[in-house]
Design a protein around this ligand. Sequence first.
Ligand code: UDP
Length: 317
Amino acid sequence: MKVLITGGAGFLGSHLAEAWLDRGQEVTILDPAGDLKVRHLRANPHFRAIRESVLSREILDGLVAWSDLVYHLAAVVGVEHYVGDPYQVLTVNINGTQEVLTAAFRHGKKVVFSSTSEVYGRNTAVPFDEDGDRVLGSTRTDRWCYATSKAAGEHFCFAFARMGLRVVVLRYFNVYGPRLDQMDRGRVMTIFIGQLRRGEPVTVIGDGFQTRTFTYVDDAVRATVQAGLRAEAEGQAINVGSEEEVSIRDLAARMIRITGSPSRISFVHQDAVYAQGYEDIPRRVPSVRRMRELLSVRAETTLDVGLGQTIEWFKRQ
Ligand code: UDP
């Protein structure tokens, strides 16, 4: 099988590329970023990296025509972008998705679209059922531009599905693991890992009672591969997540314990970290029934095991 992964040089895409190569398939990634996260795959004759944007229409069209299955992961992701450059988030995420779906529709190829648990916003009715409500704040709060861009992408997916496109929407819940982000950058775990290494205070934003369910990348990748293979998944939105809910203050305490770092927790006001335009999400827990029933996948990696593996990997870098 020939697998195209847009955004394949990113964190999740690089692991997905590896998984399909391990299954003996041909993988092409389309990504304008440097290939740091896939450099270990470069020598593989079944692997190809095209350093272009998903908005390069002709190149995208040729690659979709070549492929049997398209994973659309290319997106601008990360809270610093939502509040720092909402224009870029909206342009790449909405227009890029429309381009990919249009090309896939033209060539009759199946698409797996990577959406996000952010689409549920600050809904407090956990666990989030896939058909549950999206509860977002004002458009004056930049944070919501990402959830909005991904929700628009989902609407495009379902609109194309009505016209006959085979498409699956996956909503990921805080996926983490080796190669996540650069230390000190991006998501909460890589920020904490940098602080722990230097023995500096771990910056918990707010009171730290906000929760997440962190999903180890291997579990997320198994679900993503199945979404590409299973006909039952087509036309569906499916949460991809763990059920192990943890507060951010508990996450900080666990990471301090696992690393044995002398760091302490310091509680900081969100204005000290993010400019105006940030609003936190109080709880985020998926309903995983569809993932189990349609993909036959469960998140098997406990947070302590996954954290141990992730921290170990960053230590070796
Ligand atoms: N967070 C924190 N300290 C940091 C960075 C993030 O306490 O230095 C919190 C953040 O406020 C949120 C959670 O960690 O409640 C997860 O943040 P992240 O940016 O990783 O992803 P999100 O789930 O918000 O998209």
